[in-house]
Ligand binder design. Sequence first.
Ligand SMILES: Cc1cc2nc3c(=O)[nH]c(=O)nc-3n(C[C@H](O)[C@H](O)[C@H](O)COP(=O)(O)OP(=O)(O)OC[C@H]3O[C@@H](n4cnc5c(N)ncnc54)[C@H](O)[C@@H]3O)c2cc1C
Length: 438
Amino acid sequence: MPATNDLPAPAPLRDDPHPRPPRSVVVVGAGLAGAQTAAALRAHGFDGHLTVLGEEGLPPYDRPPLSKELVSRTEPLWLRDDLGVDLDALADEVRLADPVVAVEPGPTLTTRSGDRLAPDAVVLACGSRPVLPPGWDADVLHTAADADRLRADLRPGTRLVIVGAGWIGAEVAGVAAGAGAEVTVLEAGPAPLARQLGADVGAHLAPWYAEAGARLRLDATAAAVRRDGVTLTSGEEVPADVVLVAVGARPATAWLRGTLPEMVFDPAGGLLVDAGGAVPGADGVWAVGDVASRPHPELGVVPGGHWSAALHDPDATARAMLGLPAEPPQAPYVFSRQLGHDLALFGLPEGAPTAWRGTPGTGSWAAFWTAPTVGGPEDTAAGHDAGDGVAVVRAVLLVDAPKEVGAVRRAMNRPGPLRMDLERAGDPAVKLRTTVVT
Ligand SMILES: Cc1cc2nc3c(=O)[nH]c(=O)nc-3n(C[C@H](O)[C@H](O)[C@H](O)COP(=O)(O)OP(=O)(O)OC[C@H]3O[C@@H](n4cnc5c(N)ncnc54)[C@H](O)[C@@H]3O)c2cc1C
């Protein structure tokens, strides 16, 4: 029974300078961000009624191993075991297969089973959906069920064609080739991860495919995708036993159109929330994880889609909901183990990197993206490169440099712009922490 319907407290008004903390909360989505929201609310003293509504019929699990350990891990990595987050212990009511189908102002929720809930607050933690262009018929990899299907189809000699050399395409290519599959990756762009990291960086990753036993075809655009093969825009047929489409994911917000104000949707469908995760113009509605695009004081609006956002943002949202002081936000962080290499990306890269460390493509190396130098005295004062090698850094990619991950994470999460001496940082013998200019 949805006990939340009986609770009398009205939704707090967002323009109320002292909004009353909610007494009942429904979390929509039982993934990482949903589970972390439940944990953070309880950790910060919320003792009201907490409901979590999921869709997949499974307790929360971690998605990154689905690709990185596709072949070796046959059971999901449960968040209860990995992070100690046990929904049954945290929430008054957990329904793992009763997704919300509608949210109305108030907020009022309707679930697939027909229940209507009227909590004081709702936290949208409904994640993202993999992109599968209309008319394409192939596998995707987003859920544990997807991973089970794909794993069952992969055998030594299986011709696996992967459309997209992004994060997931690269990770699956490596593990599938390692398991003996004949892997071909079709990438429409000029380099792997070109959309995410730029073609300059991507060019240094391209040789990894052949080294791992996979075939990478660049500038190869899929026009039609079927389960038995792909037709390229050139007309060429690429036959397959299994086709995996890995061309990105979009926030799972289509079902919220028409309910939430149109202005809160960014072009990708993410919800433009405030720093605490509140959805502007929708009293009592909050969003966390992949579904939320959140402002960062140095980086601007940061779209979801990072495991670290789903891990950390719920704490900020729980604090905001309960009227507790905010903590400094974390910079985005993406990690990937692909084709025998480790990547750690901090911040928001845009365009080509402006500085490198080591020899890209060889051993351990890094790329740095800096704030644009406009040239005026204000820019120089703000820390842009004034000819002394010091610049404001917006993103750092570390490749096969595990010992520098902690230092860069700490640097990226310091308050204020991150200024680094990139001349010194370019020398792999210099520890990156010593290049941060305070
Ligand atoms: C294969 C794979 C590998 C990845 N690897 C990395 C990585 O290496 N590094 C990295 O930073 N990130 C990685 N990611 C991304 C990372 O996993 C996500 O950013 C993170 O899982 C987001 O958590 P979330 O809780 O916001 O969303 P999700 O994990 O997507 O969880 C949302 C949940 O909500 C459910 N839901 C949707 N709609 C509704 C509804 N209406 N009602 C109720 N429930 C609903 C969904 O079914 C889902 O269970 C990877 C993702 C995938 C798929």
